[in-house]
Design a protein around this ligand. Sequence first.
Ligand SMILES: [Ca+2]
Length: 566
Amino acid sequence: MGINHGKNTEMEPTGATQRIQSGIIRSLFGSASVVPIPRDKSLRFDESESKIESASPMQSFLVSLNAIGVLGLLIHSSNLRAGDQPQWGERGSRNMISRERHLPDTFDPTSGVNIKWIIPLGTETHSTPVVSDGRVYIGTNNGNERDPKHRGDRGVLMCVDEKGGQLLWQLVVPKREEDPYLDWPNTGIASAATVDKDRVYIVSNRGEVICLDARGMANGNGGPFGQEGAHMTQKGTAQLEPGALDADILWIYDMVSEAGIWTHDGAHSSILVDGPYLYVNTGTGVDNTHRKVRTPDAPSLIVLDKTTGRLVARDREGIAPHIFHCTWSSPSIGDLSGRKVIFFAGGNGIVYAFDPVPSLGPKAGSNGALKKLWQYDFDPAGPKEDVHRFTSNRREGPSNIYGMPVYKNGRLYVAGGGDLWWGKNEAFLKCVSAVGTGDVTTTATIWTYPLEKHCLSTPAIHDGMVFMADSGKRVHCVDAATGKPFWSHEAKGDFWASPMVADGKVYIGSRRGDFLILEASRKKRLLASIELGSPISGSATPANGVVYVATMTQLYAVAQGAKLER
Ligand SMILES: [Ca+2]
C-alpha cells in the first residue's frame, strides 16, 4: 500500500452500504458535516469526489456493538502467541502470507455474519493493523476524536484490545507546521507498527522513529523519554498533560533533525527488527516543487539500536539526489543458506542487498556505512540523471518502488514502476536472483511480468503462485517459476493494499471500498466481494483466527462463526 495524497478520504456510500454506514456513523457521531480537503493539483483519479466526514466531538471511542467490559483488559502477559501478526507481512521475509486457518470466505456488515466487532477509526486510515499479545495496533488520524484534549488534525496510532476493540491507549502526534507537503493534511500515521516483545516501533507523521511501551501508561511513564506532554502539544499552544489513554514513549529518534531527511507527504515505513537492530526506510523525498531534492546527503535506509534509538549505520549509496518522489519501500531480510541479507528498494528505483550490521556493532573504520553486496536497477531503460524533468510525464520517466521486496527460496520478488502521482503508467512485477555481487542488473532477472498500471503493493508468494495487485484495478496470480499468468481479476477500484494469502484464500480491498476474497489457486474463483463503503488502503491482517480489515473509517474484526448483533 502507499500513503494518501489528500484524496479519497471518504466515498459516497450507496445502496445497502449507505444504510449500514450511515447507521453506524450517525449512531456514533451524530450528524456529520462535510468539508472539502486540499487537493494536490497533480491528482487525476477517476474515483468519486473526495470528501471528509468531519465528525462532531465524539462522546465515546467504542463502536463495538457486542461490547464487553474494559476493566481487566489492561493486564496481559508479554508473550507472543503463535497466531499473532506483530509486523506487516511475514516476519523478516515480508511475504504476505499467514499460517492462520479456519478463516471465513465471506462476511456481511449488514447482517453481522462472521463479524466479531467493528470500531471507528479516524477519517483516513492508510496503516495496516498488526496484532501482538492481545492488542491490535493501527495508524489513523484524529478525525473522530477519541480524547477531547486532542483536537484537530493529528497523526494517531491506536492500540485497542484484541477481544472487543476497546481503546487502550493512543499515540497522538501534532502535524508538522511548516509546509503541508512535509506532512500531508489528514494522512495520519500511515506506517504499520512493528511489535517486538513489549516494545512497539512506529514511524510518525513527523518523520520520527518512536519506541513505545506496549502497555501504555498502565505501568507508569517509562523512560528515558518523559516529555510526552510537550511532544503531544501543537506548537504555540498550552502544554497538554498526558493521561491514561496516552502512549508511553520510551525513546524518539528524529530522522529530520538527526539524520537530515526531508519528509514528503506522509512517512510510510514498516520497521524490520533483526537481533538488536531496527532497519528503517527514512521516507526522505523531494520538496514541495516535486522537482528538487533539498537534502541530497540524506540516508534512505538507517539502522538504529532497538534498545536506545542510537544510530548505528546508514546507507552510503548516494540515493537521495535520484529519488523521483519519495522513499516508501520498507526493508526485508532473507536467509541465503545460513547467511542473512537485508534487501531494500530505494526511491531511485534500485534494489540493494546489504550485509546485516554485526550484533556487536559496525567494525571500526566502517563509518557506520551499510556494506553493499549487490545492486539491481529495477528499470534500466528508465532515465538515471536529472530525473525530475520527467515529473508529470505519464509516458516516460524513471521507476520507483512502493511495496516491499519479498524473499523466497533464493529469489527476490519486487514490484514497481512509474510513480502513481507524478510518473509514467508502466509498472512491472519482477523476480530476480537474490544471490550475487556487484551490479547484477544485467544478470539477475529471472522473469518480468507487466502490470496494468502503477503499483503500490507487495507480492504474496504461496504454493508456487505469486499474488499481486496494481493500480489498474487488477489482482494477478502469476506462476512463481516462470512469471506466466494463471489469471487476473478486475475489481471496482485501484489497489493500494497488498494481497494477503491465508487459509487458501486471498484477502484484499480496493480504493472503491470493495473487499475481495478469492481462492488462492491456479484457477480463478471469486468467493466474495463485499461492499464496505469506504476506500481501503491497508492490507488485511489475519491473527488468532480473526482477519482484520481497515477501511478509511472503520476497523472490522472478521471471524468464522462470529455474529455481530445489528
Ligand atoms: Ca515515557
